[in-house]
Every structure is written in C-alpha cells, then in structure tokens.
Design a protein around this ligand. Structure first.
Ligand code: PLP
Length: 404
C-alpha cells in the first residue's frame, strides 16, 4: 500500500516530538503535587506558572487570565454555563450560531431545556459566514452572552470575530469564541478580537488529546464547572495535569515559530488539491468561503455518491480524511453546518473534509489526485442516480425539491 496518508488534522494531530520531550520529565522526574509546599511541589508549580505565562504572552493576555482545562469541550462548557449561571439574574438570552461545534450547540440546548434560557441561532450565508448585523439585531436587553466560533471545523470559514467583539463591547455583553480550530493555525490576540472568553484545545495543534485552555478576561466573574480545591485560583478544582499543561504551552509556542511559513506551504498544497480535483472530477463543489477560509481546510461535495463510501475506499488506499456528516444510531444525519449554508441533503452526504497539516507533502496530494478520480468513478458507476444522469433523467442534483 505504501505510505499511509493522514489528511484529517482538524480531527486531531500527532504530538510534536519536541512537545513530547518537554512533557516527559513531568511524568517521572518532576512528579510533585503543585499544591504541595515542599520542593517537589514547587518544581511542578513553577512549570505550570511558566506555561501559563507563555500561553498568556502568545495570546496577548495576562497570565491571571489563563486557566488550563481538560479539552476544548470543557473550555466551551465552562465559558457558556459559567456565564449563564453567573448572569442569570441579569437575563436569560444567549446568542450563538447555527454552525457551532456540538460542544457549543449541546451546551446551549441543555441550558435551554433544563434552565429555560432562550437561545438565538444566527444563520450563515451560502459561504458559511455570519453577518454581524444579524447578531446586532438579535441582541435584546436580556442578552447575557454571545458565543460565536472563530473558525469552523467542517468548512474552515473564518468568522468576523473582531467586528462581533466591537458589537459585544458596545453593548457590554460577554463574548465567547470557540477558537479550537484557529489555535496554533493563526495568531490570536484576545484584545484585538475583543473577546471576554476564548477556548482552545491542544490536540488540534500537536499537543496531546485531553489538554485545553480557557481565557477568562480579567474582572469577569463566571461560575466554575468543577468544585473542590482552590486550584487555578478557585476557577477549576482538581490537581493540575502538569505534563499536559507543559505540553500544550510548548505546542502553542512551537506553532507560532513557523506559522507564516507553514501556512503558506499548506495553502499551496490545498490549492493544488482543489485545482486537481476540479480538473479531474466532474460534478464537484467546494464548500465554504473562497478566501475567508483557513488555509488547511477543504470541504468538497462529490455529487452522486455517499461520503462514507468514498471515505472507506480512500481508507483502503491508506488515505484518511473525514465526512461532515455524523452517523448517529445507524441513520446518516446530514451535516448541520452544510445544511445551514443551504447545501442540499444529497450534496451534503457526498461531502468530504480534507484538512492538511505538518506531515503532508506534495507527494501526498499527488497520490490523492491519482486515486480519488478512480474511486469516484467506480462509486458513481454503482450509483442509480449516476445511471439516471447518464440516461439524461433529471436527478435530485438538478431538481433538489423533488427529493426533499
Ligand atoms: N470546538 C471545535 C470547533 C472543534 O473542532 C472541537 C473538536 O473537534 C471541539 C470544540 C472540541 O474539542 P475537544 O476535542 O478538545 O473537546
């Protein structure tokens, strides 16, 4: 089969060797509990505080504004539930978008169903971008929180966070952004973005899975998720995961080192990939904004086939990518992101997300461009819809209303 090719970096990334080396001493050599006052504890306490300082500097924040969490999901839960419960006396309205990750949408649903919060889901245009005017219009005197993601995980679109930050500041509303897909890919400056809360997840930028960061703006008092000891200045109880904290800080630092070179390299690879696919395969459509899109992500709909079949065939060739659709209890749910953009269910089901990262090379793209047209053509040859198309029968791709 040859070299296995991984083009699924928005799902997760491997741990960078330098990140791993930075962590290893904290498993064996430096194992003191950071809350202990003896020297063993002081060593690990210092490692945590140095990491906090490092992360704060990279995000344009103060160290007291950074807490370490267990993942992006925890950071989002902490930010949203923490704000909702802290400010419920002031109002019960939360604004978010239709294309958020489940780690935001499900939190809002929970607050709505169990605690009566009102949620407004802002729509997106056909490119998957939010109009700040829609957010402005949705604000009421009961609005206590706006939570809009920075970069979408499925299609890579970049939302106008700075503009939204200005609106939130003007109206004095807490503004959270799920920056899990931007962390380590682009520079983040919390002040420039105008956010009060920002979530990051280490495993998206070459730190281990199970390490997260939450920025909480100075002065903002939100409730904690975990209660117990006074760790993280009473904001997150639980003995700190020292090796992972060291690792996530190191990974963020490393990502800034070669960010501009790496982003140009990956953009070139993605352009080669998209150009090649459009040239070699008919009936394809690239989802997401042509330019307001992160350099590593490409979401492509292949008409007349199912994404799952395509993925499995790619996997047999040693190529790993991802679909936008989630397979829930045996039923194939179309992606809520593509649906919000107005992509038809059939097109959405034939969509694949390629997300590039450090390991990818031109040869990977060449291999993909070699095998993909053959797979698509084989799968289409088995599709009754494709057969109809060849016979000139109108299919749902030309007449979407007929089938929905
Ligand atoms: N938010 C976004 C946009 C994501 O892409 C992900 C992970 O895929 C998460 C949140 C959840 O992060 P974690 O896997 O660290 O819980």
């Amino acid at each position: 089969m040859g070299k296995k090719i991984y083009i699924d970096h928005n799902a997760t990334t491997p741990v960078h060797p330098e990140v791993l080396s930075s962590m290893l001493p904290y498993f064996k050599e430096f194992y003191g509990n950071p809350s202990s006052i003896h020297s063993f504890g002081q060593e690990t306490r210092k490692a945590i505080e140095d990491s906090r300082e490092k992360v704060a500097k990279l995000l344009g924040a103060e160290s007291s504004e950074i807490i370490f969490t267990s993942c992006g999901t925890e950071s989002n839960n902490h930010a949203i539930k923490g704000t909702a419960f802290a400010l419920q006396n002031r109002g019960n309205h939360i604004i978010t978008s239709k294309i958020e990750h489940h780690a935001v949408i499900e939190v809002c649903e929970y607050l709505s169903k169990k605690f009566g919060f009102e949620i407004t889901y802002i729509p997106v245009d056909k490119h998957g971008i939010i109009d700040p005017e829609d957010v402005k219009k949705a604000i009421t005197d009961k609005t206590i929180l706006i939570s809009i993601m920075h970069i979408n995980n499925e299609i890579g679109t970049i939302q106008p966070i700075e503009e939204l930050g200005k609106i939130a500041q003007e109206k004095q509303i807490v503004f959270h952004t799920d920056a899990v897909q931007s962390g380590g890919k682009i520079q983040i400056d919390v002040k420039k973005l105008g956010v009060s809360l920002l979530s990051l997840s280490g495993h998206k930028f070459y730190a281990p899975k199970g390490a997260g960061i939450l920025y909480i703006k100075k002065g903002l008092k939100i409730h904690s998720l975990l209660h117990g000891g006074s760790h993280e200045k009473n904001r997150r109880a639980g003995t700190e995961n020292v090796p992972y904290i060291v690792g996530i800080a190191k990974a963020l630092e490393l990502s800034y080192k070669d960010m501009s070179k790496e982003s140009k390299r990956l953009l070139q690879l993605r352009e080669k990939l998209e150009k090649g696919i459009v040239e070699k395969i008919e009936y394809v459509q690239i989802n997401g904004h042509p330019s307001k899109r992160i350099f590593n992500t490409s979401n492509i709909s292949f008409d007349f086939i199912e994404g799952e079949g395509l993925l499995l065939s790619l996997d047999l060739e040693g190529i790993a990518a991802s679909t936008g659709s989630a397979c829930t209890s045996g039923t194939l749910e179309p992606s809520h992101v593509l649906s919000a953009m107005g992509v038809s269910v059939t097109n959405s089901q034939g969509s694949i997300r390629f997300s590039l990262g450090h390991q990818n090379t031109e040869e990977d793209i060449d291999k993909l461009l070699d095998v993909l047209p053959k797979i698509v053509s084989r799968l289409r040859s088995m599709s009754p819809l494709w057969e109809d198309k060849q016979k000139g029968v109108k299919t749902q791709f030309e007449d979407p209303k007929k089938y929905h």
